[in-house]
Design a protein around this ligand. Structure first.
Ligand SMILES: [Zn+2]
Length: 290
């Protein structure tokens, strides 16, 4: 058995949380489920030139944690590019946020990291997450036919709008705009429905990838955190919609608004009003899809 383990070590078989080397990854030791956001800290005893993290086939942006040493370097965002101005041999803590997709099956996906130091030294590691199954309720909704069974022209429009949203999400700002925790855009509203398996007029539809916050039409909707307005438009399903780009791949989306009060490109402070609750798009009544 020992020999077997030794062989694995020689092969570089990933050992979660291995304390060897200059860097280690930490996250709260619990099981995660689809829809969770996981906060991971990558701590290094010396300052890397570059740091890269990948998960589920994609690169995950890193950000420098403000409470780390050498905090005097203001806007040092790590990532694939070099971190300019950082001091070698200064401990650094980098943070990253992982969204566990609503359709992630149970398993132990790995988070791979690769850190490069000056002089060509580099270090790699892997952290396994535990993803458990989570059951979501089934929601059966009755909708006007034009929403449940759109005609071919409308289907094309829906697909084009979905592609446009994907392009916006793929073009995230490279710098972090958000700071701290996110606020509810409707502080007094209650909500739910994330992940619900939707059956629209008896037909299975895609799962619900937002939270529906109940509020009367006209209620003010606020930016959850600082962000740049990436989209203001009327979409077939989402109705009047605002998308905020908070940087490093983090977005919030506000749908079914009755009116919007911001323009694309605006930099919004946390808590800035961006529109009002409505019932535009595919809805059964006024609410905010967030
Ligand atoms: Zn919704």
């Amino acid at each position: 058995m020992l020999a077997f383990l030794y062989a694995l070590a020689l092969l570089g078989f990933p050992v979660s949380d291995a304390p060897a080397g200059l860097c280690r990854s930490d996250l709260a030791p619990r099981a995660y489920g689809p829809g969770d956001v996981v906060f991971v800290v990558l701590s290094c005893d010396a300052t890397p030139m570059t740091a890269r993290v990948s998960y589920a086939g994609g690169e995950v942006p890193l950000f420098r944690l403000e409470d780390s040493a050498a905090g005097r370097i203001e806007s040092a965002e790590a990532g694939a590019a070099a971190v300019p101005g950082l001091l070698r041999d200064t401990p650094v803590r980098l943070g990253l946020l992982l969204g566990i997709d609503v359709s992630t099956p149970p398993g132990a996906p790995g988070l791979d990291w690769e850190v490069q130091f000056g002089g060509g030294d580099y270090e790699t590691g892997m952290h396994r997450l535990t993803v458990t199954a989570r059951s979501f309720p089934v929601q059966r909704l009755r909708l006007p036919r034009r929403y449940a069974e759109p005609d071919p022209e409308t289907t094309t429009r829906i697909r084009e709008e979905s592609e446009r949203l994907k392009r916006i999400l793929a073009g995230a700002r490279a710098e972090r705009v958000w700071r701290g925790a996110f606020d509810s855009p409707l502080p007094d509203a209650r909500g739910g429905g994330f992940g619900a398996r939707r059956v629209l007029n008896g037909r299975t539809s895609s799962p619900h990838t937002g939270i529906d916050l109940g509020a009367p039409s006209g209620e003010a909707v606020y930016a959850s955190n600082a962000g740049v307005v990436a989209l203001v438009d009327t979409l077939y399903l989402g109705g009047k919609t605002v998308v905020l780009d908070h940087g490093l791949g983090l977005f919030t989306i506000y749908c079914h608004l009755s009116q919007t009060s911001v323009l694309e490109g605006d930099l919004l402070a946390r808590g800035r009003m961006l529109g009002r609750v409505g019932a535009t798009g595919r809805v059964t009544g006024p609410h905010l899809h967030w």
